[in-house]
Every structure is written in C-alpha cells, then in structure tokens.
Design a protein around this ligand. Structure first.
Ligand SMILES: Cc1cc2nc3c(=O)[nH]c(=O)nc-3n(C[C@H](O)[C@H](O)[C@H](O)COP(=O)(O)OP(=O)(O)OC[C@H]3O[C@@H](n4cnc5c(N)ncnc54)[C@H](O)[C@@H]3O)c2cc1C
Ligand SMILES: *[C@@H]1O[C@H](CO)[C@@H](O)[C@H](O)[C@H]1NC(C)=O
Length: 491
C-alpha cells in the first residue's frame, strides 16, 4: 500500500501524486500552519489601528495585499518583543497587540476565507490533533495567560465561555486546551487535511527522474488501521506502512516525545518513572498515601511542580531534588507572576522554607534538596544524593519521578536530525541546540534539498504564543514560491 488512507475522498486523490506540502506533527504548530495553508488570509482591517504607529503605516502602504503577500522582513524591522524570532514578534503583535502590558487591544487583522488560495497539504500525527497537550492531561494548571495559547480566528475565551459557565481567571487546564485545538480543526474545516494515527519513520531526499520529474521528499511511515483505539498502539502490528512523495516537508514534531534521563545507575529500576502519567497510574491504583515512604521528585520545572502538588494533595510525603538554587532567576518559579499562579508560588515557598536539614526539627511531608543531584538508585529503593558541596546522603523512597524535560524523537531523519542543528554534532533540543533555520522563511539551512522547513520547539520556540510566527513565515514562503512558479513573480 503506497497511499495514506483516510476517511475523506480528497485524501485518496493524493494517491500516487506528489503532495505539495506534508507537515509532520499535528500539535498547535501543524494546526496553525494548516489554517494558513487552507486559504485563511489576513488583511488589514479598514477601520483598525495598530497601537504601533510605524507598523500601522507600513501596513497601510499596500492594504490590498494579504499578510501572506507582504514583505515580512520589512514589517519586522524595528519590532521588539519577548521572542528572539522577528516574525514571531510581528505575528504576536498583530494578533494580540500590546498583550505584554496586560492590555486587550483589538487585533487589526481581518480574516477572510479564500479557498482558491489554498495550498494542498497533509498533516501527519501520531495521536489526535493537539499534540503535546493531549499528553499533559493530568497536569494541574497551565502556564501562559489563556489567550496566548489560542490560534488565529477563534478566541479561546469565547470558546471557553460557551463550554463552562464561570471562567474564573485567565488560565485553562491542558485538557481544555487540547479540546480547544481539536474543536479548532473541525470548526475551521481542516479535518480533510489531517491523517491522525500516522507515525513518520523516515524522510529522505529522492532524486529527480529521467523523464523530468524534479527531486522531492520521500516520506515513509506507519498508519494505524481505522477504528483502532488510541493509546500507545502506534507500533501495533496492525499498523500499515505508507509511503508518499512531497515537494515540501515541514518538521513540526515538538520536543516532548522522549523524556530526558539522568543517566545514572539504577535509573531503569521499576520504581523509577519518567512521566507524570506513571505517577497518575500509581495514584489511581491507590499506591500513594501518607503512610508510604516518600516519593522522590527530580526536577524544578512545571511538570515536576505538578508531581509535587499531586503527591502533596494525597498527603504522600515528598522529597524534591533539583540542581538549581531556589533563588536562581532561571528557575521558572522566579519568572511566574505570584498572583496568577498561587499554587506554583506555594511550591516555591516550600522549596525555599522546607529545605532538608541533617537533623530535622519538624517534617511536614515535604523536603527540598536544592543544588543537589541523584548519584544512583539502589534496588532496595534507597537513593544516593550528592550536594554541590560534595557531601552525600542516602534516602529511603517508595518511588522516584524523574521530570527533567524532554527531547524530540527525530529518528526518521539521518543521524536523528543532528546535522540540522546549530551544533551539528549534538542532539536537537529546544533550548540548547535547536534546528538552524532562516528567520524569515523557517527553511532548514542544512537540509539535503530545498523545501524542508521546521517550526515550534524544534527551532527553540516553545510557546504557542510565538510558534505561530513560524507558521506565518512558512506559509508566506510557500505562497511566494507558488506565485513565482506561476510566473507572477513577487509583488
Ligand atoms: C508540561 C508542559 C507544559 C506546557 N505549558 C505550556 C503553556 O502553558 N503555554 C505554552 O504556550 N506552551 C506550553 N508548553 C509547550 C507546548 O507543549 C508547546 O508550545 C506546543 O505544544 C508545541 O507545539 P508543536 O505543535 O510544535 O508540538 P507538539 O505539541 O509537541 O505536537 C507535535 C506532535 O507531533 C507528534 N509527532 C512526533 N513525532 C512524530 C512522527 N514521527 N510522526 C508523526 N507524529 C509525530 C508528537 O507526538 C506530538 O503529538 C508546555 C509543555 C509541557 C511539556
Ligand atoms: C522514536 O520513534 C520511533 C518510530 O516511531 C520508535 O521506534 C522509537 O522507539 C522512538 N524512540 C524513542 C527513544 O522513544
């Protein structure tokens, strides 16, 4: 079988043909790009005024052009914001002007659906649309203000208001956000572009043929049979192989597929876990209580904080080990506004005030071990810890949760995608070694051929608020290439 079989007749039409664009990953990145490729185009609204007068006057120069036809580099000039990516700052400023100042300025963009401008594309993803958000469902809270997670054309607030009576504050749970993304795909009629239950296993460059077919990308993978229940069944024996050709391929897999490991002795012992989900499973089996030995949580990010919260709610004792000092400005808790995130603020307080002492005066079920690391786990459920000072301690635990971030799984690319990174010998990560792309087109600089793009956490843009800029850069480059191929040339 050579085609991706989907429940929609349009997709069957792609059988055997070269697909203009294949997007790998169906999280917020893939969804946002699919929206822009489906003919949704933004124009400057005639009665709009962007609070930045320079940007407003640039937009007014050619108001008949859609955002996808404008010169992004020109529009970006002189803009500043919280992302180092210029197009991300531009798009954010157009969608949510002045939101850094807590102001709700109306967007100067007006969206029109022009299906005749659509570029046919396919979005491949392992699970349902929404990506990483489906994997965080157990989490207690979210990080950004809710409107920072929304995609163009559908206000998250409006959707939430329809869904639940009382919107208590500007936050939403991951489960709600995941459901918003799924709803978005159907509301914008993007479903026919989505093939869920598909896992890409290889992307290679295919040479042109003698009869004149140009070189393109060969994408191979596995598709779960229809009707099969979702789970981790992607690799189930029922999965059928597929293979397709594409002129352009977009890497939008996120960086949350493989939990990071400490790399210490005993890390594979059965009581050492690497996902929040495993803690939830233990909780639902009733294995956590105030009588059990402490749960050791390693890490000081939000997932680790969620694990501390969840254990604490059940009165299960917690040992919390992390490398940084509690006052480190890089620590996420030192960056969150206290008022908006009272629960996380509480954790930070505990981290500061309930630090481990050799002879504890009182023990209230939580102890923090700042500037400390795990040396090894022993089969008798004892864990050896070492402080930055070199001093060691052995603690008895019931289980350990190592929640120190995640890495992408780019096993479908040569050498796991390493040659594409800023440091081509190291593994791709969101923060330290993202994929190196052109800032205005998101083209992968070290790709084996033209037409490979990357976006989202893979290029260091971890927040939904800013990854939308990558979608704009890619969609506008694809549009420009199409106009040029049709002889129209750039406007
Ligand atoms: C605990 C946690 C909390 C977060 N909180 C926030 C927050 O509050 N605000 C915010 O803006 N961001 C937050 N983020 C970051 C957020 O996850 C990302 O901004 C966003 O999900 C990235 O979108 P994406 O589409 O690029 O990737 P993802 O959402 O990761 O989606 C990519 C999808 O592609 C799939 N995929 C991977 N490989 C393949 C393959 N070979 N074939 C097919 N499919 C594949 C993946 O399984 C995944 O489902 C948080 C992340 C975590 C882990
Ligand atoms: C990466 O993905 C491939 C293909 O889906 C899978 O076989 C492999 O086990 C994954 N690797 C890790 C480390 O999870």
């Amino acid at each position: 079988s050579s085609a991706v079989k989907m429940d929609h007749p349009d997709k069957e039409a792609l059988r055997g043909e070269v697909v203009p664009v294949v997007i790998i990953g169906n999280g917020p990145s893939g969804i946002c790009l699919s929206y822009l490729l489906s003919g949704y185009t933004a124009y400057l609204s005639p009665d709009a005024a962007h609070p930045n007068p320079l940007l407003q006057s640039k937009l007014e120069e050619q108001p008949h052009l859609s955002l996808l036809e404008q010169d992004l580099e020109y529009l970006c000039e002189g803009l500043e914001g919280r992302s180092s990516n210029p197009v991300a700052v531009l798009f954010d400023s157009l969608l949510l002007p002045n939101s850094d100042f807590g102001l709700e300025h109306i967007s100067p963009l007006e969206w029109r659906h022009r299906p005749e401008h659509a570029i046919p594309h396919l979005v491949l993803g392992k699970g349902p649309p929404g990506g990483a958000w489906h994997a965080m469902e157990g989490s207690m809270l979210t990080l950004s203000l809710a409107n920072w997670m929304e995609l163009p054309g559908l206000k998250l607030k409006d959707w939430m208001r329809d869904k639940r009576r009382n919107v208590r504050n500007d936050r939403a749970t991951p489960a709600e956000i995941a459901s918003y993304y799924q709803h978005y795909v159907s509301k914008m009629s993007l479903e026919q572009n989505f093939a869920c239950g598909t896992t890409v296993t290889s992307v290679t460059r295919q040479a042109g043929t003698q009869d004149g077919a140009p070189p393109c990308w060969r994408i191979k993978g596995l598709q779960r049979r229809e009707g099969e229940v979702l789970g981790d069944g992607c690799s189930a024996p029922e999965a059928e192989p597929f293979s397709l050709l594409a002129h352009n391929v977009v890497l939008a897999t996120g960086t949350h597929d493989v939990p990071a490991r400490l790399g210490v002795e005993g890390e594979s012992l059965p009581f050492v876990h690497h996902s929040f989900w495993e803690l939830e499973a233990a909780i639902s089996r009733g294995e956590l209580s105030h009588t059990s030995d402490p749960v050791l949580v390693v890490g000081a990010g939000l997932t680790a904080a969620d694990a501390v919260l969840a254990s604490h709610h059940l009165n299960a004792p917690v040992y919390h080990v992390f490398r940084r000092s509690v006052a480190d400005p890089e620590l996420i808790f030192n960056q969150l506004p206290k008022l908006l995130y009272p629960e996380y603020h509480k954790i930070h307080q505990m981290m500061t005030q309930q630090q481990y002492q050799p002879s504890p005066a009182s023990y209230s079920g939580y102890l923090s071990f700042p500037q400390c690391r795990v040396v090894k786990f022993r089969p008798d459920r004892k864990c050896v810890l070492q402080w930055d000072s070199g001093q060691q301690t052995v603690v008895q635990i019931s289980r350990a949760l190592v929640l120190i971030g995640a890495l992408p799984n780019l096993s479908f690319l040569r050498d796991n995608g390493r040659p594409l990174g800023l440091s081509p010998k190291e593994a791709i990560t969101c923060r330290r070694n993202p994929i190196d792309v052109d800032p205005y087109t998101n083209s992968v600089l070290a790709a084996e051929g033209p037409g490979m793009y990357a976006m989202g956490p893979l290029v260091g843009e971890n927040f939904v608020r800013f990854l939308k800029g990558g979608a704009l850069a890619i969609a506008s480059h694809l549009n420009r290439k199409r106009r040029e191929a049709r002889g129209g040339g750039p406007p």
